[in-house]
Design a protein around this ligand. Structure first.
Ligand SMILES: CC(C)(COP(=O)(O)OP(=O)(O)OC[C@H]1O[C@@H](n2cnc3c(N)ncnc32)[C@H](O)[C@@H]1OP(=O)(O)O)[C@@H](O)C(=O)NCCC(=O)NCCS
Length: 195
C-alpha cells in the first residue's frame, strides 16, 4: 500500500490525515486503515456518478472555466463517461471526505491514453474551498503513480497560461512547461514517466 505522506513529493504538505490507494483492490482490502474524517484518495468507481455530478455543479464558474477552458456545463453523457471509465486506456482518482455523514468528492484527476506510444492526456480539478491546501499535489501524485503502474510513458496536459496554481503544481511535480506555438495563452505540460 502507498501512503502518499511518505512520498518524496509530499514532504511539505499541510498535515491532513489521508488514506491513499491507486487500485480498487487496495481500496477494498483495507477498510480498517481508513479513518472516517480523513481525505481518501482512491480510483474512481461507477457509483461516484452522483458525487461527481454534485462536485461539478458546485464548482465556481472560474474553476470550471480553468478546467474545461470554456464556460459550458458538462452533459450527463460526459459525467457517465467520466465515472464509468475504461481502464484499458483511462485512469482516474478522486479525493473524498465525509461531511455530515456523507462521502463528498473534493477533487478528481484523470488521464486518457491518446495514442499507441503510451502518451496520455491528463486533467485535474479541486473543489474551490480546498484549493491551495496541498490536495492538488496529493491527487496529481496519485494519478502519476497510477499512470506509471499502468505502463503510461508520458503525461501531457494544457492549461491557461495565467493559471498560476496549475503552473506551480506542474513545476512542483517535475513537468516541463512550454507555451503553445501560436497560442501563448495556453501552456503545455509534459512529464516523462520512468517505470
Ligand atoms: C490548479 C489546481 C489543480 C491546483 O491544486 P491545489 O490543490 O489548489 O494546489 P496545491 O495546494 O496542491 O498547491 C500546489 C502548488 O501550487 C501553488 N499554488 C496553488 N495555488 C496557487 C495560486 N493560485 N497561485 C500561485 N501558486 C499556487 C502552491 O503553493 C503549491 O506550490 P508549492 O508546493 O511550491 O508551494 C487547483 O487550483 C484547481 O483545481 N484549479 C481549477 C481547475 C484547474 O485549473 N485545473 C487545471 C487545468 S487541467
Amino acid at each position: 500500500m502507498n501512503f502518499l505522506m511518505n512520498s518524496t513529493t509530499a514532504t511539505s504538505l499541510v498535515n491532513l490525515p489521508s488514506f491513499y490507494a491507486t487500485t480498487i483492490e487496495e481500496w477494498r482490502s483495507a477498510p480498517e486503515d481508513r479513518g472516517s474524517n480523513e481525505i481518501q484518495v482512491r480510483p474512481i468507481q461507477p457509483d461516484d456518478f452522483e458525487r461527481e455530478r454534485e462536485f461539478v455543479e458546485r464548482l465556481s464558474p472560474r474553476t470550471a472555466y480553468q478546467r474545461l477552458m470554456s464556460a459550458r456545463k458538462p452533459s450527463t453523457e460526459e459525467l457517465m463517461r467520466w465515472t464509468h471509465i475504461d481502464r484499458s486506456h483511462e485512469g482516474a482518482v478522486v479525493a473524498t471526505v465525509v461531511i455530515d455523514g456523507r462521502e463528498q468528492q473534493v477533487g478528481v484527476a484523470r488521464y486518457v491514453v491518446e495514442d499507441t506510444q503510451g502518451e496520455a492526456d491528463f486533467a485535474i480539478v479541486i473543489a474551490d474551498e480546498w484549493q491551495g491546501s496541498g490536495l492538488g499535489i496529493r491527487l496529481l501524485s496519485a494519478l502519476i503513480d497510477l499512470a506509471r503502474q499502468s505502463g503510461i510513458k508520458q503525461l501531457s496536459g494544457s492549461t491557461l497560461s495565467d493559471n498560476r496554481g496549475m503552473l506551480a503544481l506542474a513545476r512542483r511535480l517535475g513537468f516541463s512547461l512550454s507555451k503553445e506555438a501560436g497560442a501563448a495563452i495556453v501552456t503545455n505540460l509534459r512529464l516523462t514517466l520512468e517505470s
